[in-house]
Structure formats: structure tokens, C-alpha cells
Write a protein that binds this ligand. Structure first.
Ligand code: HEM
Length: 181
């Protein structure tokens, strides 16, 4: 994944746990301590950082991924990618419906991007069902955090449930996103 992902993780952990802790995490993961946002790194670098952070912080990897998702949607997105986010939508539902368009736009800047795919499969009273497709493994907790973070960003109480994990029969994850009230 692009270095900007690893860099955002470094900032979040450095802010919360300090620079020394981050140094230990990078050493344990056998990675550099900083990353170039525009450079593409093997996905394994990111997974190793999450694993090392989980060990150093004594926190399950799922919890870290979820917190990182929340941070990405509610802080990194609006602070660093305000234009693309603003052009995508102005609420949880509009952004959700247009996430693929948004990543496609980002691909203009970052041509090696291998984005996930999201689609709203159903709407119900007070929310939507979202399908998430990716060729990567294990990122469902990150998606939960990303979706929760959109709620924070737009000041809309949002409850996210990982409704169905992907399987051989169903090659995508399903999330229930309850929006507002
Ligand atoms: C706001 C600005 C955003 C930017 C600049 C951005 C950019 C990126 C980048 C660079 C990657 C790494 C992929 C790669 O390098 O090949 C990525 C991955 C991902 N993005 Fe976004 N993204 C944004 C917002 C969002 C939002 C709001 C969501 C969902 C609610 C989302 C869902 C994901 C997921 C789940 C991945 C992990 C990759 C995978 O599942 O295969 N992104 N994004």
C-alpha cells in the first residue's frame, strides 16, 4: 500500500503512545520508521506494523485496525484530502454511495492504487447494508472503524455491525450501518 497509509499509522501511534514506542514497533516489524507517502510499499510492511503494534501495545490487532479506521475517516481524510472527500459527498450516506468513485479519483494521483470496492446493497429504515470487496485479507475491523469515523466526521451517530464475514460462497463482507438517532 502507499506509504501514506503507514505514515498515518505512525502519526496516530506516535501521538498516542510516543515516538519511542513507535521506534520499538518499527524495529519489531523490521521496517523503516518513516515512509514516503507517494511510494508504494509491499502490503506485508503494513501487516507487519499492525502485528508489531499489537504486541508492543498489548492490544488485539482488530482493535488497532478499528481505531486506525476511525482516525483515517475522521482526521486524516478531512485534514489531508478535504477536496476529494468534499467532492464525494457531504454526509455518511452520500460518501458511502460514492466510495468507489472517490478511490478512482485518488487513483489519478496514485496510479498504483489497488482500491477496495464498496456498494450499498440495501437500505432499511435508518440505515444501509454495505458490501465490501477487497483482494486483501483481514481488514474488516479497519472497515468498521472507517464507517464509524464517517459518522464522527458528519456528526451523525453511526452504529456499525460486521453482519457477515466473507466466505468461499460469499466473497465479500457485509456491514450493517445504522445512521442517525
Ligand atoms: C478520504 C480520503 C481517502 C483516501 C486519500 C484514501 C486512500 C486510500 C489508499 C491510498 C489506500 C491504500 C491502497 C493502496 O495503496 O493500494 C486505501 C485503502 C483503503 N481504503 Fe481508502 N481512502 C480514503 C477514504 C476512505 C474511506 C472513507 C473508506 C471507507 C469508508 C476507505 C476504505 C478503504 C479500505 C477498506 C482500504 C484498504 C484496502 C483494501 O481493503 O483492499 N477509504 N485508501
Amino acid at each position: 500500500m502507499y506509504g501514506l497509509i503507514n505514515e498515518a499509522m505512525r502519526r496516530l501511534i506516535t501521538d498516542q503512545a510516543g515516538a519511542q514506542t513507535w521506534s520499538r514497533i518499527a524495529a519489531r516489524a523490521e521496517t523503516a520508521e518513516t515512509f514516503v507517502g507517494l511510494l508504494y510499499y509491499d502490503d506485508d510492511v503494513t501487516y507487519r506494523l499492525v502485528g508489531a503494534a499489537s504486541a508492543e501495545l498489548d492490544t488485539p490487532a482488530e482493535d488497532l485496525l478499528r481505531a486506525f479506521g476511525q482516525y483515517w475517516s475522521s482526521r486524516v481524510g478531512p485534514e489531508n484530502y478535504r477536496d476529494v472527500l468534499g467532492a464525494t459527498g457531504t454526509s455518511v450516506t452520500t460518501v458511502l454511495a460514492n466510495l468507489d468513485l472517490m478511490h478512482a479519483r485518488i487513483q489519478n494521483l496514485y496510479p498504483e492504487l489497488v482500491p477496495p470496492s464498496f456498494s450499498v446493497s440495501d437500505t432499511f429504515d435508518g440505515g444501509v447494508m454495505v458490501e465490501y470487496r477487497s483482494h486483501r485479507e483481514g481488514l474488516a475491523p479497519f472497515v468498521v472503524g472507517l464507517l464509524e469515523g464517517l459518522g464522527t466526521l458528519y456528526n451523525t451517530p453511526t452504529v456499525v455491525t460486521h453482519e457477515r464475514p466473507r466466505s468461499e460462497e460469499l466473497p465479500f463482507d457485509v456491514f450493517r450501518v445504522q445512521i442517525g438517532g
